[in-house]
Design a protein around this ligand. Structure first.
Ligand SMILES: O=P(O)(O)OC[C@H]1O[C@H](O)[C@H](O)[C@@H](O)[C@@H]1O
Length: 572
């Protein structure tokens, strides 16, 4: 069927409800919109579904959510009766239709004889990971589009370890989705029937209470200044309740929550694009911070897996810390605290991605802790914790990415904004007691280990044309890497698609020992490097530039030099 036929069939079939048909009729004269909504099916990737909300096969709606869920149900059934009994935990955030989609998914699973545990209220994504492990379910779903704009929603699938599915399971689900010939083949039942048969179970406050208790156990120090002024914004998302509760339990006296961003608002009216990687989301927090002399500002994204912070400097201005800086500070705080207590495990490791900075690695070396790298994506970071459960080869201490995701410990197998908000607050309060801000501590780290600086350049390349441009850029760089930048000489090339690391000085080639992924990384003889890859979540090409130098200026100059050289090449 072409897209016009698909559009017509959605208008005609009884299966689709009145609202859907009305919405579709309203675009009848907009050929471009019809094409965009029906030219393809919303793709089910390893991150599950992510797309704009609306009617159509290429949109997030109850039909596409049900279709994906029938594919998941068939996959679970393929593992046998026991798997169906283990069931699926389902959480959702504050977005438009999140609760409806979660309910819809529950009923599809129940109709397939699969036990469901549905959260009764909004919950952070990391709490779903905790619930999967706690309830020992086989799988989990969270309805969220994370930090995407308000028109989006998404459907992420988790597996029994509590982390997001990898390709092996995603491929099975996708195959099962493709085998469904018609929407009419999707099973469903009424909520009453599902409850009556014991197939639908509601997760109440008890799981959150247990989660919070476990988060509190991760605290590292109590010798801290509990009078520190903390400004917190959940950006109208799911963080409000759990983060506040954790901070309250930690007995912080002065927690100020941004009132305009406290309660759920699926339109993110005062925030705009709710991604805390963007310092703009701190506008309201900064205003409140100035009013009450806030020491630190903390923001979690709508599903509370990401977190970012700003720190007051000597002039009373707020300085944004990027994900590498916060990650390095946390690694330093965790390892120095545990070293004092002598609790660093012998085989402990820090896990980060191949495009995350190296300052944390230098800090870890000081404590004899190894750093392990994975591909971008928290599913890869946490798959290491899952692996170590079996091999016992290492103990997972902390995992993080430059894209403001962090997890401490293994009770949650995804990035966790609740744990991280607690640790960032505690760390700031710990150093405040010593008369230092996090900016002072960062400066100390730079002095000790070198000025590690970084820059991320994102180039938006949309549609087919964008894809072609991106491919030609990758091809050019792969075939003709830049071998000299100023006096820096290229010493190592890493091609994660070919799985090859070439040490140009030693003349040896090694394997990356990672799943194949289209990422290129180039290291120079002064320790600087850059990497280039397509984003897996947005139509963007991402270029990561890292440098280290004796002074901040020196390091920044290095970054500019590398940036100019790469951008010249790309423009050509
Ligand atoms: O760089 P991208 O592919 O867009 O991914 C950016 C980030 O997206 C999500 O938040 C993933 O959970 C992260 O692990 C990832 O780092």
């Amino acid at each position: 069927m072409n897209y016009i036929d698909k559009y017509k069939s959605w208008l005609k079939e009884d299966y689709f409800d009145k609202n859907t048909k009305e919405e579709l009729l309203s675009i009848k004269d907009n050929a471009k919109e019809i094409e965009d909504r029906f030219y393809t099916d919303l793709s089910f990737g390893t991150a599950g579904l992510r797309g704009k909300i609306g009617a159509g096969t290429n949109r997030m709606n109850k039909y596409t959510v049900s279709l994906a869920t029938q594919g998941l149900a068939d996959t679970i059934a393929g593992f046998g009766e026991e798997a169906k009994k283990m069931g699926v935990a389902i959480a959702y955030d504050i977005r438009h239709y999140s609760k409806d989609f979660a309910t819809e998914a529950s009923l599809v699973l129940a109709a397939n004889g699969i036990k469901v545990y549905l959260f009764e209220d909004i919950a952070p994504t990391p709490e779903l990971s905790f619930a999967i492990r706690r309830l020992k379910t086989l799988s989990g779903i969270v309805i969220t589009a994370s930090h995407n704009p308000k028109d989006y929603n998404g459907y992420k699938v988790y597996w029994k370890e509590g982390s997001q599915i990898l390709d092996n399971i995603a491929e099975k689900i996708l195959k099962n989705i493709k085998a469904i010939k018609s929407f009419k083949d999707i099973k469903t039942m009424s909520k009453e029937e599902a409850l009556g048969k014991g197939l639908l179970n509601i997760i109440g406050k008890e799981v959150e209470d247990e989660y919070i208790e476990n988060v509190l156990r991760l605290s590292l120090n109590d010798n801290i200044d509990k009078n520190i002024n903390i400004i917190y914004t959940p950006l109208n998302g799911t963080g409000n309740r759990p983060v506040r509760e954790v901070l309250k339990e930690r007995e912080f006296k002065n927690i100020f929550v941004v009132p305009e961003q406290e309660n759920p608002d699926p339109d993110f009216t005062t925030v705009g694009y709710p991604n805390p990687e963007n310092p703009k989301v701190f506008d309201y927090a900064q205003k409140l911070g100035k009013e009450v002399d806030g020491d630190i500002l903390i923001a979690t994204d709508p599903d509370c897996d990401r977190v970012a912070c700003m720190v007051k400097n000597k002039e009373g201005e707020y300085v944004f810390l990027n994900g590498n800086q916060t990650g390095a500070l946390l690694v330093n705080y965790i390892l120095s605290s545990r070293s004092r207590k002598n609790t660093i495990p012998q085989n402990g490791v820090i896990v980060k991605s191949i495009v995350t900075g190296d300052l944390s690695r230098r800090i870890s070396e000081k404590y004899n802790v190894e750093t392990i790298e994975t591909l971008t994506g928290f599913k890869h970071i946490c798959s290491k914790a899952n692996e170590f459960d079996i091999t016992k080869e290492h103990t997972f201490i902390f995992g993080f990415e430059e894209s403001i995701g962090y997890v401490y410990g293994t009770m949650v197998r995804d990035k966790d904004g609740v744990i991280s908000s607690m640790l960032i607050s505690e760390m700031a309060a710990y150093y405040k007691k010593e008369g230092k801000t996090l900016l002072d501590v960062l400066e100390e780290l730079y002095r000790e280990f070198g000025y590690y600086k970084e820059k991320l350049i994102s180039i938006v390349l949309e549609g087919l044309e964008g894809k072609e441009k991106f491919e030609s850029i990758m091809k050019e760089i792969r075939e003709n890497p830049i071998t000299q930048i100023g006096d820096k000489k290229l010493i190592m090339t890493m091609d994660y698609l070919n799985g090859e690391i070439k040490d140009l000085e030693k003349g040896i080639v090694e394997e990356t020992h990672m799943p194949k992924s289209n990422v290129l990384k180039y290291k120079f003889d002064d320790g600087s490097w850059y990497a280039i890859r397509p984003s897996g979540t947005e139509p963007k090409i991402k270029i990561y530039i890292y440098s280290t130098g004796k002074s901040e200026n020196h390091s920044n100059e290095n970054i500019s030099l590398i940036e100019r050289k790469i951008m010249d090449r790309i423009k050509k």
